[in-house]
Ligand binder design. Sequence first.
Ligand SMILES: Cc1ncc(COP(=O)(O)O)c(N)n1
Length: 508
Amino acid sequence: MINGKVLVVAGSDPSGGAGLEADQKVLAAHGCYAMTSTTALTIQNTKGVTGVHVIPSEVVGKQIEACLEDVGADVIKTGMLASAETIQIIAQMVTKYKVPALVVDPVMVSTSGHQLLPHEAIAQLTQHLLPHTTVLTPNIPEATLLLSQNGREPGEIQSVADVEAMGRKIQELGPKWVLVKGGHMPFRRDFMVAKAKEEKEVVIDVLIGPEGTVVRIESPYQESTSTHGTGCSLASAIAARLAQGADVPTAVRGACRYIEAGIKTAPKIGNGNGPLDHFHSTYTLPFSPGYFVEYLLEHPAVRDVWNEFVYHPFVMALGNGTLPLESFKGYIIQDYLYLVHFSRANALAAYKAKTIGDISRSNEIISHILHEMKLHINYCNSFGISKPEIEATEELQACTAYTRYVLDVGQSEDWLALQMALAPCLLGYGAVAKMLHAHADTVREGNTYWAWIENYKADDYVEAVRLGSELIEKNIRLQSPSRIEELIKIFVHATRMEIGFWEMFPYK
Ligand SMILES: Cc1ncc(COP(=O)(O)O)c(N)n1
């Protein structure tokens, strides 16, 4: 689901760790809709930048216009701007389209030392863009350069208080909020600049805001070579959170935590300064909404056991009419006893359901089971077995094991886990009947078991399968991938119990 629209105006990094490529990953990880306007194509990888092809500023402007006059944006985020003309055009667009928020990462020099904004463009940046800026995100070298190019004394940094003073001076140049990023200058625990390597303990990002607001965001110093694109990614994470309605301090704090985790879990890609893991907290479901059951039955842990159940020799003997009648009688009686507990399990599902709609679905399934049990009684009567005789029969172990397993899942786990334990029976009998209907060896005329097959192919059973699947589909996509794997294990175990049920009686 898309929440928030962000337009990024920045340069492209073909190696994917910084620039537009990183920005789009961050926005995707936050569930935002990302648009881009490209200021430059760089030639770079984790080892450094070897070339820059600047895109004409009219093209950049027309790309921005194409996005804003149609889709619109909640936030514009800028990165590498490449030229003074491009800066002017962005400022015109921000004013013309009254974009609600502007996050400016004043990219000047890459981590590897390559100039990404001409020195003379810093004046344009200050004059045209900073007055419209909601959040400006310089690191300490960029903050120093911004102040000195504007004829202000950056001052020497000894402590966090000096960083705050620096942020305040930058705020006077126009931006509403300034985040001075501390990654380049770690501190000791006492908030003095770390001189020696072993003194580097904390990173402090300082956010300066209106009416004297100061927020310090402290995180543990991480010794890492995976920091390529951290600045781009941080500013995009701030933009994403603003687009989703967060206030600036909340957006900035959340974005800093996102980057901290991205460095911690970085994938070690390339031979230089590697990229972050942008997707450390993103779930990707392995199926598309509405197609879980299809995915489930093809899952490597399910496929073979499912086929063993559906194409079991007991089933095939029902289909070609060769199943010994004594086996069928025994099976029908045990299945009746099974259905009593299966109804209890569905009643438990109704109890665990949270909406009247889901309660009523469980109720419909129980009504269907009652109908099925009447057919079992009719079968037994035709074999001369009465209802009291059925009910007086002792459950066989496979019947007890299966039903009590389902009930235990229902007691000890949640509603969806119970539905997964119930699913092999519901889906399986539908699949068995469908398979037998289509199978070349199936005998219809004179097959004692044809009526049994017909029952599970009838419209009302097909409808019950559809309802059951719909219930699972609706709820499964709210689960995490690891929980889905656990739920699949329940399905597999219950399917094995179904196989055990076929195995109770001789089928030859
Ligand atoms: C296109 C582009 N934009 C920004 C950066 C800065 O990122 P870093 O400081 O990590 O090199 C970059 N290297 N390339």
